[in-house]
Design a protein around this ligand. Structure first.
Ligand code: UDP
Length: 407
C-alpha cells in the first residue's frame, strides 16, 4: 500500500507534515464523497486515490456511488452536454426521473456525515432528501461550465443553490450562486498504477500485448469516446501531418458506466479512421491503468484536442511523464499548458497538425517542453496539493463567520 510518507521524495517532507497538522486540527470527522461511477473518467480516477490517503490522515472518509438506469444516465449526460454549452431539450418526465432516481438512492444512504462532497450533477439532487444527514453540503463541479446552456443550468442552479458551498476547477467556471464558491484544481497521483515509473521492458511488454509497433513516432490521445474530446478532429490533424511526416496515431479509450454516448462516438471515430493501418483505436477496460501508463510513456507527442474540458487529467498525466502535450485551448487545459512553455494550445485540426509537425521536427525542443511540463505538474497538480485544499476547505466551512482562521 502507498503511504503518505512515500510522497515526501517528490513534494518534500514539509508538505506531508502540513497535511498531518491540518488533519489533526480538524479531528476525527466523517467525510463522504458521492459520484456516479467507480471507474472511467477523471472523477473516479481522483477519488480512487484521494480517499485512501484521506483515511491515512485519520479522517473517516468513504466513497459512495449512486445507482441509476439507462434513462437516468441519458438525462445526466444531457446535463453534462448542456453545461458544456450544447443545446439540449429535456422533458418534464425526464427531469422527474432524475429526481426519482436520486430519491431511491437517498433511501440506501442511511449514514451521517460532517462533510458531504457531491461530485457533478448526477447525485446533486440527493440534498433534497438527505439535507439533515450532513452538516456541510458541498457541490463539486468537474465540468467546463464556462458557457452553459441556460435553460438546463437554471434547473440545476435551483438544486445546487441548496448547498453550503460549491467547488469549481477554475475561476472562469464560477457561477451566480448564493453561497461561497471555492476554486480547487484537480490532481494526479504520481505513485498510482497510471503514473508510477515504468521500466523500458514493462513498456515494451504492454505495447507487444496491445499490438502497437514503434516503427514510427507515436501520436497518442487517451480519452473516453466523447465528442467534446474531438477524436474526429484528432484524426483530421493526423492526416494533415502524415502527408509530409511519417508518424502513427493511437486513440486509446474505454467506456464509463455513466456515459451512454460512448458507442455512438466510437462508431464515428471508426468511420473517420476508415481502416487506415497507421491509425490504431484501442478499446481498453476501465482498469487498464498500467496499459495507459505505458502508452503515454511510449508516445512521442500526446494530444488532448478537446473543445470543452473541465480540467483534463490526461494532460496532467502526459506532462508528468515528461511528454510534449498539444491541447485544445479550452477549460482546464489552459491552466496546464502554457503556450510554447509547458505545451502547445491549439484551436483547430490545422493548428494541431502544425504543432505536431513542429515538435516532430524539433526533438530537442520537445524534450525541453516535456521537462518543463513535468516540473509544472510537480509544483501544482499532484494529489498532495489537492488533499491540502480539501482539508483547508473543511476548516473554512467549519468556522463560518470567523474573521481569522489559522490554516
Ligand atoms: N482514462 C482511462 N481509460 C480510458 C480513458 C481515460 O483510465 O479509456 C482515464 C485517464 O487516464 C484519466 C481519466 O480517465 O485519468 C480521464 O480524466 P479527464 O479529466 O482527462 O477526462 P474526463 O473523462 O473526466 O472528462
Amino acid at each position: 500500500m502507498v503511504e503518505l510518507n512515500d510522497y515526501a521524495g517528490l513534494v518534500g517532507p514539509e508538505v506531508i507534515g502540513q497535511l498531518y497538522r491540518l488533519a489533526e486540527r480538524l479531528g476525527p470527522r466523517r467525510f463522504v464523497h458521492i459520484n456516479s461511477t467507480r471507474s472511467g473518467g477523471g472523477v473516479a480516477e481522483i477519488l480512487s486515490r484521494a480517499v485512501p490517503l484521506l483515511q491515512q490522515l485519520g479522517l473517516d472518509t468513504s466513497w459512495e456511488v449512486i445507482i441509476g438506469d439507462q434513462d437516468f444516465f441519458e438525462v445526466t449526460k444531457a446535463f453534462h452536454n448542456a453545461l458544456q454549452g450544447q443545446k439540449v431539450n429535456l422533458s418534464p418526465e425526464q427531469l422527474d426521473h432524475y429526481r426519482e432516481i436520486n430519491r431511491e438512492n437517498a433511501k440506501r444512504f442511511t449514514w451521517e456525515a460532517d462533510f458531504l462532497l457531491v461530485h457533478d450533477p448526477q447525485p446533486a439532487c440527493l440534498i433534497e432528501e438527505m439535507r439533515p444527514q450532513a452538516k456541510h453540503w458541498i457541490w463539486r463541479c468537474h465540468i467546463d461550465v464556462s458557457r452553459p446552456h441556460l435553460k438546463v443550468w437554471r434547473f440545476l442552479r435551483e438544486v445546487v443553490s441548496q448547498y453550503d458551498a460549491s467547488v469549481f476547477s477554475m475561476s472562469q467556471f464560477s457561477q451566480n450562486l448564493p453561497h461561497p464558491q471555492y476554486l480547487i484544481r484537480p490532481s494526479i497521483d504520481p505513485l498510482s498504477q497510471k503514473n508510477r515509473e515504468l521500466t523500458p521492458k514493462e513498456i515494451q511488454e504492454v505495447l507487444d500485448r496491445l499490438g502497437v509497433e514503434r516503427d514510427k513516432p507515436i501520436i497518442l490521445q487517451v480519452s473516453r469516446f466523447d465528442s467534446f474530446k474531438d477524436p474526429v478532429g484528432v484524426i483530421q490533424a493526423f492526416r494533415l501531418v502524415r502527408r509530409h511526416t511519417p508518424c502513427k496515431l493511437v486513440l486509446a479509450g474505454g467506456e464509463a458506466t455513466d456515459d451512454p454516448e460512448g458507442p455512438q462516438t466510437l462508431a464515428e471515430v471508426m468511420e473517420a479512421a476508415n481502416g487506415e493501418p497507421d491509425i490504431q483505436i484501442l478499446l481498453l477496460p476501465p482498469d487498464a491503468h498500467h496499459e495507459i501508463n505505458a502508452l503515454q510513456r511510449a508516445a512521442t507527442i500526446i494530444l488532448q484536442k478537446s473543445t470543452r474540458e473541465g480540467f483534463g487529467l490526461t494532460v496532467t498525466e502526459a506532462m508528468w511523464k515528461g511528454k510534449p502535450v498539444i491541447g485544445g485551448a479550452v477549460g482546464g487545459i489552459v491552466l496546464q499548458l502554457q503556450d510554447y512553455n509547458t505545451g502547445f494550445l491549439v484551436h483547430s485540426p490545422e493548428g494541431c497538425a502544425f504543432r505536431i509537425r513542429y515538435l516532430l521536427h524539433r526533438p530537442e525542443m520537445a524534450r525541453h517542453m516535456g521537462q518543463l511540463a513535468r516540473e509544472f505538474v510537480r509544483q501544482h497538480f499532484l494529489i498532495t496539493r489537492n488533499i491540502r485544499d480539501y482539508l483547508t476547505l473543511m476548516s473554512l466551512l467549519d468556522n463560518p463567520g470567523s474573521r481569522v482562521i489559522e490554516i
